[in-house]
Design a binder for this molecule. Structure first.
Ligand SMILES: *Cc1c(COP(=O)(O)O)cnc(C)c1O
Length: 480
């Protein structure tokens, strides 16, 4: 259910029992812990109660509030109610990811049960950097990684690591590829991307020590997919120039348009040339759970490494991404380093240390945010939500295709529908009209120097009504 135009004010904040929650000690007692949790829970209950009807974006951040939020902590603490009121006010500005009207960037509705899992993980506060400190928790992490490597058919030597998101996964993938294919001398290495590859890959290359001129931007076809022939030609030219091609990055769903590169062709070239294929599936990876998605990203099983974001396709709260690799040895080689105070990997438990697989030592117990909801709900509801996003994207594309003044050159591979306007100026106006209304929030991009709007559909609360609402406003703008 959506309203025509959202009430700019928030509903009254939840009633809270007045408890004496002023500066509790660092060791609250049993009853006090319950009261603290209940008080915090009331905020979440209110938020989730309103999730179905909340607008997609809020008011601007108030300057006085911003100043107050920046205040340093006092010596004696404050009342929890006052702190939570400030937090609620802080949350009124910006874009509301839980809203089904959130169609900008890459949506993530969040998941109540994953939030509970995060609370549990932080509360239990076990250490998952080295396995002997919490072997059971480490096994849970390895199990979630194996669930994903199995999903992609990466084989028995596959492995991976949970990281903070796609950017860190791409970075860790670039470093693994660099170490495996180039070793320590990588000044001549060349990485192949397209103009539509996520910018975190170029950023990763930079952090990993590559110069800008070591990233080659390969031409795309009219559907914005990397052209295999151009890739072959670029590799040949670079070899002829004495350079060392080593890494091809394909996208299983670009962020702008959800476009999937021709992964099978890229894999063939990579095999012929002895390179490494990294597939950025941060946005699109979990469509592998669906039949249509599997067909759309076929070839991903041939990758040497895959970046995937549970905090996109599975609605896990922000901070959970993963790098998967075909061969665990490559990840271990790339992440060498051990303090004298730490014993050999697997010394106690026979379970691979997670710190050996990525850049982090101390790290949150991320897997619980996936493990608990996946085991609790089962996989089916996640698959259904992803399927419904694919349906809505197909619907949006059909409707947009019939509108005079709009161009829909890119049929969606997955759940992002990008379109442009005969007149870019009208596009800007349409964007403003949609976002000012606040039931739906969209974000633009630039493709081939043209202004492009996009519906990114990945939020399980998004309905056909949201899509219609946005398209109606766009149509009205076009009519003038
Ligand atoms: C979101 C995204 C990233 C970056 O991931 P973060 O989790 O935001 O760091 C990388 N690649 C693609 C295709 C993405 O959609």
């Amino acid at each position: 259910m959506i309203v025509d135009a959202p009430d700019p004010r928030w509903a009254k904040p939840p009633e809270r029992a007045t408890l004496n929650l002023m500066s509790p000690s660092l060791e609250p007692g049993h009853q006090e812990r319950a009261e603290l949790a209940e008080t915090v829970l009331a905020v979440l209950q209110d938020w989730f109660d309103r999730a179905d009807t909340m607008p997609a974006s809020g008011i601007a951040l108030d300057e006085a509030l911003a100043a107050r939020l920046m205040n340093p902590p006092s010596d004696d603490g404050r009342d929890l109610d006052a702190i939570l009121s400030d937090l609620e006010e802080a949350g009124r500005s910006g874009v509301y990811h839980p809203s089904g009207g959130h169609l900008s960037y890459i949506p993530n509705a969040g998941l109540y049960t994953a939030a509970l899992a995060d609370f549990l993980a932080a509360g239990l506060n076990r250490y998952t950097g080295v396995s002997h400190a919490a072997p059971g928790m480490s096994v849970i992490e390895h199990g979630m990684v194996r669930w994903m490597t199995t999903l992609f058919g990466l084989g028995g030597s596959a492995s991976g690591v949970l990281l903070s998101g796609g950017s860190m996964a791409n970075f860790t993938g670039v470093v693994a590829a660099r170490t495996a294919r180039l070793g320590d001398e990588f000044g001549n290495g060349v990485i192949y991307v397209t103009p539509h590859t996520h910018h975190s890959v170029e950023k990763a290359a930079r952090i990993a020590g590559f110069r800008k001129d070591q990233v080659r931007i390969v031409t795309v076809d009219a559907d914005l997919r990397m052209e295999p022939d151009s890739l072959r030609a670029a590799i040949a030219a670079d070899r002829a120039a004495g350079l060392n091609p080593f890494l091809v990055v394909g996208s299983a769903g670009t962020t702008d348009t959800g476009t999937v590169d021709p992964l099978q062709s890229l894999a063939r070239i990579v095999a012929d040339e002895g390179l490494w294929l990294h597939v950025d599936a941060a946005y699109g990876g979990f469509f592998q759970l669906t039949e249509r998605g599997r067909a759309a990203i076929a070839g991903i099983e041939l990758a040497d490494s895959i970046a995937i974001d549970p905090h996109k396709g599975l609605s896990i709260p922000f901070g959970v991404g993963a790098l998967l690799v075909r061969d665990e040895g490559h990840l271990i080689d790339a992440n060498q380093g051990r303090g004298a105070y730490l014993l050999e990997d697997d010394h106690y438990s026979g379970i691979r240390d997670i710190a050996s697989l990525g850049p982090e030592l101390s790290r949150p117990f991320r897997a619980l945010q996936m493990w608990l909801p996946l085991h609790l709900h089962g996989v089916a509801p996640f698959r259904e939500a992803l399927d419904s996003s694919l349906d809505l994207a197909a619907y949006a594309y059909r409707r947009l295709s019939g509108i005079d003044g709009l161009q829909t050159p890119w049929q969606p591979d997955l759940s992002i529908v990008a379109f442009r306007f005969d007149d870019d100026e009208l596009g800007h106006r349409a964007l403003e009209a949609v976002n000012q209304n606040r039931v739906v929030h969209v974000s633009p991009t630039t493709i081939e120097d043209r202004f492009v709007l996009r519906f990114a559909i990945l939020n399980r609360r998004t309905t056909q009504d949201h899509i219609d609402h946005a398209i109606d406003i766009i149509e009205k703008t076009l009519i003038g």
